[in-house]
Design a binder for this molecule. Structure first.
Ligand code: SF4
Ligand code: SF4
Length: 199
């Protein structure tokens, strides 16, 4: 039974003189090659030139700070549980008196590491985070020579105060509208007090 129509009959007919000297075939091939000289090159000369990424491109993660500069992560572990690649590990610490400006919650991530060699940039950690602490950004993970250097700790993940990273493009209009509701701190749990139709 014939499953496809891709099979071809092999021809055993005698080659013509032109086919025997290969010249016409070479000219035809060169014509195809030269025609590409006048076409727009698809090559991007990275890093001098960069492609524009989609707004929801998933690159290197950032651990966000709140508006006052305190780390949002409360070391709940939801991102690590959601991660299909088991790329996230962390160690919790308890916030001490006087450290309120550093950590937003009483419990915080003393260490937080992502193994970038394991990560598949699926974004599930971002989805799972209840504190809006972790986001994927349009930054590209640097090329390295040593495997150890792909373990990114807080030094590389927590956003710098003087280089804040805008992640609003990654948030849906619904989430942004939710955050604009007066009196609602987006870090608080939704208690059902909001009026229907306003969110
Ligand atoms: S993007 Fe996906 S694979 Fe990477 S750390 Fe987050 S959950 Fe894990
Ligand atoms: S990044 Fe978010 S989900 Fe992960 S431990 Fe911190 S608060 Fe929890």
């Amino acid at each position: 039974m014939q499953l496809t129509n891709r099979s071809k009959q092999v021809s055993f007919k005698e080659m013509t003189v032109a086919e025997k000297i290969y010249f016409p075939a070479i000219v035809k091939g060169m014509a195809v090659t030269f025609s590409h000289l006048f076409k727009k090159r698809p090559t991007i000369m990275y890093p001098e030139q960069k492609r524009e990424y989609a707004a929801v491109y998933r690159g290197q993660h950032v651990l966000k700070r709140d508006d006052n500069g305190a780390e949002r992560c409360t070391s709940c572990g939801m991102c690590a549980v959601a991660c299909p690649a088991e790329a996230i590990t962390m160690e919790s610490g308890e916030r001490k008196k006087g450290e309120e400006h550093l950590y937003r919650e009483e419990k915080y991530a003393k260490t937080y590491e992502i193994n970038m060699l394991r990560c598949i940039f699926c974004g599930l950690c971002e989805e799972a985070c209840p504190k809006e602490a972790i986001f994927l950004t349009d930054r590209i993970v640097d090329a390295e020579y040593e495997r150890d250097t792909f373990i990114y700790g807080k030094d590389k993940l927590v956003e710098k105060m003087d280089k804040r990273i805008d992640v609003t493009k990654r948030q849906t209009p619904e989430v942004l509208a939710f955050k604009k509701i007066p009196g609602l701190k987006h870090n608080e749990l939704y208690t059902g007090k909001l009026e229907k139709g306003k969110h």
